[in-house]
Write a protein that binds this ligand. Structure first.
Ligand SMILES: NC(=O)c1ccc[n+]([C@@H]2O[C@H](COP(=O)([O-])OP(=O)(O)OC[C@H]3O[C@@H](n4cnc5c(N)ncnc54)[C@H](O)[C@@H]3O)[C@@H](O)[C@H]2O)c1
Length: 475
């Protein structure tokens, strides 16, 4: 659409790229594009966040991000702004990276997406390609188009530029869903399995394929609804894999099988693949829970019975109770006992605790009257803000401090640094050397040889169930 007006405008190839929303997705995207040689203006309406970014301090932890930020503030290829409208006016290629939280009914809340679309509408000073990177349900692109048309036709708001009703410049809307993982955001930006571009014009296709060409990865070009659906389908499928292996894990416990060996045995089949087959206490984070619910809601809205996904969610929700039952089984009574929690972030490599399973475990154990000693390599400040310290919530400075006097250690996040802990030192610090491993991080034999009573997920007491599937034989 709108191809004619393009030739008179600044080439989108030359103008700075505009990234709206400088959070976990927007900031790595902006800096990744700067690293690819593009000039990028990033804007966020959270002025405090922008001030931090301008000072070279992202407000969240992501490996390598600070270094890249400092590099491109210095190179001048990245400019953070709090004036969203000014950023829109400066750019032709505009990435939407704002939040899409969930409403109480599970539906995606697209208020932030509409808000930036309105700003774009009121600042159409030339051709704009508006690209959804935020995770949005299918047909959001159609709403974006409608929003641009509506709000660029004569209802300017105070503080915004006047609209260009009669001679509104051309625009396109595209969907370019993001698949990067927190904790590996930059690695994933530069080495994606694929890039998905949902477009509705040759111009949008050309701009996006050119932009991503340096990444040398497959580019899947579709229409916008297909691209939007790919993102939700991908996250729903991965959640399903996790819930599936968690049920297999429960069954393994009943029949004396080893879920790790089962996962290897099925994962080596190319049709299944080895990833996302780690049994444990379930998924959390900003994406899987809310995206699954939004996908379920979308299916319901369109009269499609996708109850398979409701079961995926149900299984995941039950993991916490299952884990707490395991702790109870290990310790008998829980009330008043000090327990050490290793890991608070929803996964390793990030300080993000949004929908982290740890929070639910903490809640359940508090109800049991436990004294909780907590440690995470990155997520302590955010957790403390949410759950202030009390005489029963004690934040520690190391795993060893956590172990002091504890009747059990509970491993909740698979941080690599926990693998290298001095087990003898931990054991000596504990009142009772019990380890309940919610992520199957440790080798059962090693832990037991170190003098611990060890409980994990879906693994038998002896090695016999996994006898023929040692890593050396299968990897
Ligand atoms: N976090 C992930 O791992 C991940 C992965 C893939 C996709 N996504 C999707 O990407 C989107 C962003 O997620 P996130 O984790 O980066 O969220 P985030 O909360 O970290 O960042 C969103 C940013 O948008 C800003 N913002 C909100 N309204 C704004 C407005 N009107 N103008 C300018 N800025 C505004 C916020 O201040 C915030 O900094 C979501 O749709 C999410 O589902 C996230």
């Amino acid at each position: 659409m709108n191809d004619d007006a393009f030739s008179n405008q600044v080439s989108p190839g030359d103008a700075p790229i505009c990234v709206l929303g400088l959070g976990h997705i927007g900031l790595p995207t902006a800096l990744g594009l700067a690293e690819l040689g593009r000039r990028v203006i990033g804007a966020d309406d959270d002025a405090a966040k922008v001030r931090l970014i301008r000072a070279g301090e992202p407000n969240f932890y992501e490996p390598g991000l600070t270094e890249l930020l400092v590099k491109h503030l210095k190179s001048g290829r990245f400019e953070p702004l709090e004036d969203v409208a000014a950023a829109v006016r400066a750019g032709s290629i505009i990435f939407i990276c704002v939040g899409t939280p969930q409403k109480a009914n599970g539906q995606a809340d697209l208020g932030q997406v509409e808000a930036v679309a309105q700003v774009v509408a009121r600042n159409l000073n030339g051709y704009k390609l508006l690209i959804e990177k935020s995770t949005v349900p299918a047909i959001t692109a159609q709403w974006l188009k409608r929003t641009i048309v509506r709000y660029s036709s004569g209802k300017p708001q105070p503080g915004d530029e006047p609209a260009h009703s009669s001679s509104a410049p051309a625009f396109d809307v595209a969907s370019n869903p993001e698949f990067l993982r927190e904790g590996k955001a930059l690695e994933d930006f530069f080495h994606p399995n694929r890039v998905v571009c949902g477009v509705e014009s040759d111009r949008a296709r050309e701009i996006l394929t050119k932009l991503y060409a340096p990444l040398n990865c497959p580019i899947v070009v579709t229409n916008t609804s297909t691209a939007e659906l790919i993102k939700h389908a991908a996250n729903a499928f991965l959640s399903m894999k996790i819930s599936f292996i968690n049920m297999v894990s429960d069954l393994c416990e009943k029949v004396g099988a080893d879920v790790g060996a089962v996962a290897r045995g099925i994962g080596l089949d190319n049709r299944i693949g080895p990833q996302f087959l780690d049994a444990g206490i379930g998924y959390g984070g900003y994406c899987f829970p809310k995206d699954l619910r939004a996908f379920i809601h979308l299916a319901e809205e369109h009269g499609v019975d996708f109850s398979l996904l409701q079961e995926v969610e149900h299984i995941n929700q039950n993991r916490v109770e299952r884990f707490v039952a395991k702790v109870r089984q290990a310790l008998w009574n829980l009330g008043g006992k000090p327990l050490g929690l290793l890991g608070l972030a929803f996964k390793a490599g990030t300080d993000d605790i949004r929908e982290a399973v740890s929070l639910k475990v903490i809640e359940a154990l508090r109800e049991e009257g436990c004294i909780l000693r907590l440690y995470d390599p990155q997520a302590m400040p955010l957790t403390q803000r949410l759950i202030p310290p009390t005489d029963k919530i004690i934040y520690c400075t190391s795993p060893y401090e956590v172990a002091q006097g504890a009747h059990a250690l509970l491993l909740l996040t698979e941080w690599e640094e926990f693998r290298g802990l001095d087990l003898a030192r931990l054991r000596n610090l504990m009142e009772v050397p019990v380890l309940v491993d919610g992520r199957n991080l440790f080798d059962p034999d090693t832990i037991r040889q170190a003098g611990f009573e060890y409980f994990s997920m879906g693994r038998p007491d002896t090695k016999s169930a996994g006898l023929h599937s040692t890593p050396a034989q299968t990897k």
